[in-house]
Design a protein around this ligand. Structure first.
Ligand SMILES: C[S@@+](CC[C@H](N)C(=O)[O-])C[C@H]1O[C@@H](n2cnc3c(N)ncnc32)[C@H](O)[C@@H]1O
Length: 328
C-alpha cells in the first residue's frame, strides 16, 4: 500500500492513496472559480439545475475540505446518488439532479474525509467487486502485488491446493488467490469478528462460499494444518505515526488494521513465528511490506528458517516478501 508510506521532502506528488500523511497531501485540485456559484449550501437544499452545476458545487466543497481529487470524487458520488455508472455521467451534463438525490449528503460525508469506498460500501480488487465496511481496511491496489507474486511463485509447478490468508479483512487477498487457483480451497483468519463476517459475505456473493472458510482468531492460533500458500497483509504502521496519517485513514479505518506496534513490526514477529508450522515443505508465504520493512522482515524471517525474496509494486517500491522454508 503506497499510502502507508511517509513521504520525504522533495519527492514527487503522491498517488491518490489516502494513507499518506496529512501534511503531505497535495494542494487541492480546486475547480476553476466562476464555474458555478449557485447551489445548495447544505444537505437537503433545493435541486441543482443540472449535473454540471452539481459537480462543480461538490468539487468546490471537497477541495475546500482538502480532499485530494475533488472532481473525481464528486463525479463518483453524483453517479452513486443518481444510480448511474460514473462513466455515463458525463454523457449528459445538462440533465437535472432531482431534489430527492442524496448527492449533497454524500458530499458532506466526503468533506468530513470519509473515504469514497466506505461511502459507497464497495471497492474493486483484482477485478472483484468487494463490499467494504469500517470493520477493516479498504483494499489497496498495491496489495495486488501479493497476488502477482503468488502467481509467479507457482508458475510452472502444481498450483496451491490450500491457501491461508492471515488478517483477511474483506477477504480480498484470499478471494483473488482463489480466482487465480480455481482448484484451491482457502481459509481466511481475522481477529475482528465483523471483518471475518464481511469476508464470508464477499465470498458468498462472488460464488466462492463453498471454497472458502473464515475464522475469527489470532494469526496462527485459530487454525491447524499446513498450507501451500499463505498470504498476509498485516498492520504495519508504527503506532506513533497513525495520528499523522490522512484523516481518511486515521479517523475512518480501524486501528487494528493499521497499528504495527512501536516499530511497525509487531505483527510480522508474530506471523513469522507461526509460519514454519503453517507451510507445507514446498509452500510459499507472501507478506505485504510497509516502507523500509524489507530488510527487517527478511531478518525476522531468517531467524525462523525462511528464505526471502522481495517483489516490488508497480511504483517500484518493495511491496511483497516471498518466503519459503530454507533448504538444508
Ligand atoms: C492491513 S489489514 C489487511 C486486510 C486485508 N487482508 C487487505 O489486504 O486489505 C490487517 C487485518 O488484520 C487483522 N488483524 C489484526 N491483528 C490480528 C491478529 N492478531 N490476528 C488476526 N488478524 C488480525 C485486522 O483486523 C485487519 O483486518
Amino acid at each position: 500500500m503506497t499510502g502507508r508510506e511517509r513521504r520525504g521532502a522533495g519527492r514527487p506528488p503522491p498517488p491518490p492513496d489516502p494513507l499518506h500523511r496529512a501534511a503531505d497531501a497535495p494542494p487541492p485540485d480546486a475547480p476553476k472559480s466562476g464555474v458555478f456559484t449557485a447551489g445548495p449550501s447544505s444537505p437537503g437544499s433545493p435541486p441543482f439545475p443540472h449535473r454540471r452545476a452539481a459537480l462543480a458545487w461538490g468539487a468546490d466543497r471537497l477541495a475546500a475540505a482538502g480532499v485530494y481529487q475533488p472532481r473525481l470524487d464528486a463525479r463518483l458520488l453524483l453517479a452513486a446518488a443518481l444510480g448511474v455508472p460514473a462513466t455515463a455521467l458525463l454523457g449528459d451534463l445538462a440533465a437535472p439532479v432531482p431534489a430527492t438525490s442524496a448527492y449533497a449528503a454524500l458530499i458532506a460525508r466526503r468533506a468530513a474525509r470519509e473515504p469514497v469506498a466506505l461511502i459507497l460500501g464497495r471497492r474493486e480488487f483484482w477485478s472483484l467487486d468487494l463490499a467494504v465496511s469500517p470493520a477493516t481496511l479498504v483494499p489497496r491496489p498495491e496489495s495486488e502485488t501479493l497476488i502477482e507474486a503468488a502467481k509467479v511463485a507457482f508458475a510452472g509447478r502444481a498450483a496451491p491446493a490450500r491457501v491461508l490468508d492471515l488478517g483477511t479483512g474483506t477477504g480480498c487477498l484470499l478471494l483473488a488467490a482463489l480466482t487465480e487457483f480455481p482448484a484451491a480451497f482457502g481459509v481466511g483468519i481475522d481477529r475482528a469478528p465483523a471483518a471475518a463476517a464481511l469476508a464470508r459475505e464477499n465470498a458468498a456473493r462472488l460464488g466462492m462460499g463453498g471454497r472458502a472458510a473464515f475464522v475469527c482468531g489470532d494469526w496462527g492460533a485459530a487454525i491447524a494444518g499446513r498450507f501451500d500458500l499463505v498470504l498476509a497483509n498485516p498492520p504495519y504502521i508504527p503506532s506513533a505515526d497513525i495520528p499523522g496519517l490522512m484523516p481518511e485513514v486515521a479517523c475512518h479505518e480501524p486501528r487494528a488494521a493499521l497499528d504495527g506496534g512501536p516499530d511497525g513490526l509487531a505483527a510480522y514477529r508474530a506471523i513469522v513465528a507461526v509460519l514454519p508450522g503453517q507451510l507445507t515443505p514446498d509452500g510459499v508465504a507472501v507478506l505485504e511490506l510497509g516502507p523500509d520493512q524489507a530488510a527487517p522482515v527478511t531478518a525476522l524471517a531468517a531467524t525462523t528458517g525462511l528464505d526471502a525474496t522481495v517483489r516490488a509494486d508497480l511504483a517500484g517500491a518493495p511491496r511483497a516478501l516471498v518466503l519459503r522454508p530454507a533448504r538444508p
